[in-house]
Every structure is written in structure tokens, then in C-alpha cells.
Design a protein. Structure first.
Length: 365
């Protein structure tokens, strides 16, 4: 049987772009006998996780893991249009109210996700036919939802995933009912409405797939940066950029490209949040002990490329335990092994990923 140290080095040697020496920062970190702590106890960058409503209501172990590790939460659902707006004239706040109550009772904050997105839209929105109707519905939605939680939800993903997966040019915006009826102006309108509704809230624009090596990902990064620059030049209220961080284990991180992107965002006065971190592991080797280290190494590369410019302002994973994750719905493994994309395993035990996360939570340089 391989020792812990030998297992780690075997995994590192299988990972493209990762230093394999035991004395490398990653090798030293993972080979340490120090056990992962409760992330909530780490004095530094606040850690949080996306929360799923069914286990939050029914499972004490799930709630205990959130309390032990998290200083902030975000709902996987609850604040998306599909959940909130079953009909045009009806708002249903049961789920976000429960999320906020749990967070507040346990000394955590709740992030708002999300106000304007192409996805998770109720069927009735397909009947929005004109620009004036689209503006009325979007503005009214933001005012109603943010107004309800004014001063209680302090950070909002106002605009989620505005850039297509492979932009045709730097001005390309992802199709949505808002883009179809209002054009790109819907993004500035959403941010200005959010700022007016809750002037104290942090307003975030959230995006994925900008951190990888490859032409498609470079084009997406450039299109996102063009949009950010344009908003800032027009004094549109935007306070932070959210990097989702749904990492593909088989695709290397473009450390230089990502670091340059972060540096430019920082130069515009923007904070940088990691909002939905996990590792899609369907193409990694099967044995969990090796796969966990490979996943942790990809997280290390991602977070290390960000901190070259400056430390993180917040770090959230999209879930906390492998027991509850979106990944197998779209990227289920074919070898019979369960997916392991998150920092705690299905029995709530910390994995190497949690050790890496804690390392960067402490980094406030």
C-alpha cells in the first residue's frame, strides 16, 4: 500500500503543469500531517458554500458542516426567477427566507444569486414581447426582491453569465429574453436599478470559463473584460467580479492570462470573489485518493494565479459535500466511481481540496 507521501507524489506526477517535487509549495502543503481545520475558524478571507434546501431542512450533519466551515452562504436555488416567480404577479420567498434565517442564526451572511440571468426562467417570461415590457419586468423584479432584503443580503450577483461560451467577437453577449428585447443596455440598467434599490449592497457580475488555457477561453476572457471596461467607463455601479471557478480537471489553468485579467479588474477598483468553486472530475483517474489530490492541485493553480495580483475578497464553493452536487447531473463518471468535486466527501470528511482552500484563506498579503 502506498504511503500518504507516495500517493501524493504519484498524483502530482500525473498532473500536467504541477510541480512534482516534495519540496514544492503544493507538495509540501498536501504532504503535511496537519489536519484540515474548520474553515470558519480561519482568520482571513471568508469561506462559504452554496446551500441546498432539502438537506438544510432535514439533515443535522449537513447543517453542522455548514456551521463548522462557513462564514457565508449562497442558495443553489431560491432567488432565481424560476423559484421566485411561478407567475407574473406572484413572488414566493419561502426558500430564501429560510436560508437567510439559518445564516443569521449561525453568524453567517447570505449572498444573493441571481437577479438577471438567461437561465432558470419561468415559462411565462416567454410572453414578454416588447422592450418596454422587458424593462418594466426586470426593473420591477430587482426592486421587489432587493427591496425585501435591503440591508440583510449585502452582496448580489446582479448579472450572471453575460458572455457566450464561445463569443463571436469581443462585443458578443449571451442570448436571453433581456438581450433580445433590450440589447446590451439591460446590463447597465440592472446594475443601476440594484444600486438605487439598495445603495449599501455589493453589486457583482458573475462569469465562468475564463481561467483555462485555450483560444475559446481566451476569447471569453477578452469579451468579459471588454464588458467590464465599458461599464466602468460609463460609471455604471459595479463593485466586484465573480469568478465561478467550475474547474475542468483535465484543462490547465492559464495562469498568465488569468493573473493579467485579475490585475486589470483590480486596477479599475473592483474586488474579486470566487463564487462557485468546484472541480469537474469525470475525466480524472478513478481511485479517490489520487483523484482528490489531482482536484486539489487544480484548485491550487487557480487560486495561486488569482493571488499573484492580490488576495481574494471571498471564496465560496458550489456546495460543501460530495453528497450534494450538481456535477453528476451533467458530468457523471462512467467507471462507477462517484464524482468528488467538493472540499468535504460524502461523509463530511475534509479532503485535500479543503487544505488548499484553507491555505489561501489565510493569505491576506
Amino acid at each position: 500500500m502506498l504511503s500518504r507521501r507516495d500517493t501524493i507524489l504519484t498524483a502530482l506526477k500525473a498532473t500536467a503543469g504541477v510541480a512534482v517535487a516534495a519540496s514544492s509549495p503544493l507538495g509540501t502543503l498536501l504532504a503535511s500531517d496537519t489536519q484540515a481545520q474548520a474553515a470558519a475558524a480561519v482568520d482571513g478571507v471568508p469561506y462559504g458554500a452554496a446551500v441546498r434546501d432539502a438537506p438544510l431542512a432535514a439533515e443535522a450533519d449537513y447543517r453542522a458542516a455548514l456551521v463548522r466551515h462557513c462564514r457565508q452562504l449562497v442558495g443553489e436555488g431560491g432567488l432565481k426567477w424560476y423559484d421566485l416567480r411561478p407567475s407574473r404577479d406572484r413572488f414566493v420567498y419561502d426558500l430564501p427566507d429560510k436560508q437567510l434565517e439559518f445564516a443569521s442564526r449561525n453568524g453567517m451572511t447570505l449572498r444573493g444569486h441571481t437577479l438577471v440571468w438567461y437561465g432558470a426562467m419561468p415559462d411565462w417570461t416567454k410572453s414578454i414581447a416588447t422592450a418596454s415590457e422587458a424593462e418594466r419586468e426586470m426593473v420591477g423584479h430587482i426592486e421587489q426582491v432587493m427591496g425585501r432584503y435591503r440591508g440583510r443580503i449585502k452582496s448580489w450577483d446582479v448579472v450572471n453569465e453575460p458572455i457566450p461560451d464561445d463569443p463571436a467577437n469581443r462585443s458578443d453577449i449571451r442570448p436571453s429574453i433581456w438581450q433580445q428585447r433590450l440589447g446590451e443596455s439591460h446590463i447597465a440598467l440592472a446594475l443601476r436599478t440594484a444600486a438605487r434599490t439598495d445603495p449599501s449592497a455589493q453589486l457583482v457580475m458573475n462569469e465562468y470559463d475564463i481561467e483555462f488555457v485555450g483560444p475559446r477561453f481566451r476569447r471569453k476572457r477578452e469579451a468579459f473584460l471588454r464588458l467590464i471596461r465599458d461599464l466602468k467607463m460609463r460609471n455604471v455601479p459595479l463593485h466586484a467580479i465573480g469568478l465561478q471557478g467550475h474547474l475542468r480537471a483535465e484543462i490547465p489553468i492559464d495562469r498568465e492570462g488569468l493573473s493579467a485579467f485579475i490585475a486589470e479588474c483590480r486596477s479599475m477598483g473592483l474586488k474579486v470573489l470566487v463564487t462557485e468553486l468546484d472541480v469537474v472530475d469525470e475525466k480524472l483517474p478513478g481511485p479517490p485518493e489520487v483523484r482528490d489530490i489531482l482536484a486539489a492541485s487544480r484548485v491550487y493553480d487557480f487560486l495561486d494565479a488569482i493571488r499573484v495580483s492580490s488576495p481574494l475578497d471571498a471564496l465560496l464553493t458550489w456546495g460543501i459535500t460530495d453528497r450534494y452536487t450538481w456535477v453528476p447531473l451533467y458530468f457523471k463518471r462512467t467507471d462507477g466511481y462517484p464524482n468528488r468535486p467538493l472540499p468535504l466527501d460524502a461523509d463530511y470528511r475534509p479532503k485535500p481540496m479543503m487544505r488548499v482552500i484553507e491555505h489561501f484563506l489565510r493569505d491576506r498579503r
